[in-house]
Ligand binder design. Structure first.
Ligand code: ZN
Length: 185
């Protein structure tokens, strides 16, 4: 009787926890998700940049997108901006803490079904802006206050960058602040 019970217990344990996990390697690389369900992915390095990648905004707007998943290894001061972005679009987000995670995935926008998107990766902002002829000091001034000339230069080349900069105000100038890039006051 005792043995029977333990056999039953074993069966239950197998039933609940022992089911073979599908593609564990792939899922550890992609924040517990199948590659085929990913709409867009940012690397950890891209997530900690002081900008919001507009590709993630677009991906969250995609009708197939059901959730944003964020790698819990990344400090929340860098992921806040994407959490707010998801909230603003009424898409839920999850912060995944899992010691089995591998690779460079920082966050993903996912669907409930296979979407089989060929290119889930996003080109590094710096690489893209350099190709557009933006000088490095302007690329690296994201989040800073810059003058109208500098602002126009980047927004003309890459309109989706507008939200990553602050335009220096009359009041700032009064208090002696100058453009972070060209130091014009
Ligand atoms: Zn300037």
């Amino acid at each position: 009787m005792q043995e029977e019970k333990s056999e039953l217990e074993k069966a239950l344990v197998t039933g609940f926890y022992g089911a073979p996990q599908l593609k564990p390697e792939e899922r550890n690389q992609y924040l517990g998700t199948f590659r085929e369900r990913i709409i867009k992915l940012l690397t950890k390095k891209q997530v900690v940049e002081p900008v919001i990648y507009s590709e993630i905004l677009e991906a969250l707007k995609d009708k197939r997108a059901v959730k944003l998943i964020i790698n819990g290894e990344i400090n929340s001061c860098f992921t806040d901006k994407y959490e707010k972005l998801a909230e603003g679009l009424q898409k839920p987000y999850t912060i995944l803490h899992d010691p089995d995670l591998k690779g460079e995935t920082g966050l993903i926008v996912v669907s409930d079904d296979a979407v089989d998107i060929e290119n889930i990766h996003v080109e590094d902002r710096e690489t893209r802006l350099k190709k557009l002829g933006i000088p490095p000091e302007l690329i690296h001034a994201a989040g800073e206050k810059i003058c109208k000339d500098c602002f126009d230069k980047i927004v003309k080349a890459a309109p989706n960058e507008a939200g990553n900069y602050q335009l220096i105000t009359f009041k700032d100038r009064f208090w002696g602040e100058e453009c972070f890039v060209c130091h014009k006051d």
